[in-house]
Design a protein around this ligand. Structure first.
Ligand code: FE2
Ligand code: FE2
Length: 153
């Protein structure tokens, strides 16, 4: 494994991101099993698709932490949110997606500050993180559509 001069804070924040992706993947899959009623099939399909995006994000964060920064990827998950009705499920996950966008934005800022310590890895790390952030913004739009709400400001 490579060793780099990046801060422990950056690795810790990436591990927090990884733990939230583990949680999101499990949470979407668990919630998908609870959906019934009108439009159930469409909602279930969407939740499962988002769950696989979250699994891909976890892979990207593991790669950033391990292959690019020489850290140890976390095997933990952030605390999951319980929900029963479709509305509760969509609302809980929407809140998590917004938190993720906020956290990943902070990570992006920190990454930019440490750019000089990452002459080769910076572009790749920035690209991976940007890709994940754009996916989460898409998830926000999809969850809002399922809730019958308008677009994000
Ligand atoms: Fe994600
Ligand atoms: Fe997401």
């Amino acid at each position: 494994m490579k060793t780099t001069k990046v801060s422990k804070q950056l690795i810790d924040m990436l591990n927090r991101a990884l733990e939230s992706e583990h949680q999101a993947n499990m949470q979407y899959l668990s919630h998908a099993e609870l959906v019934d009623g009108e439009n159930a099939e469409a909602v279930i399909a969407r939740l499962k698709e988002i769950a696989s995006d979250e699994a891909e994000h976890a892979t990207k964060f593991r790669e950033m932490i391990g292959a690019y920064l020489g850290g140890t990827p976390s095997m933990k998950a952030a605390p999951a949110k319980a929900a029963k009705t479709v509305k509760e499920i969509l609302t809980a996950n929407l809140a998590d997606e917004r938190e993720a966008v906020e956290l990943y934005g902070e990570i992006m800022e920190l990454l930019r500050k440490e750019r000089d310590n990452l002459p080769y890895a910076y572009m790749k790390l920035e690209h991976l993180l940007r890709h994940v952030i754009m996916d989460e913004m898409e998830h926000i739009t999809e969850l809002k559509n399922l809730l019958g709400e308008g677009p994000e400001d």
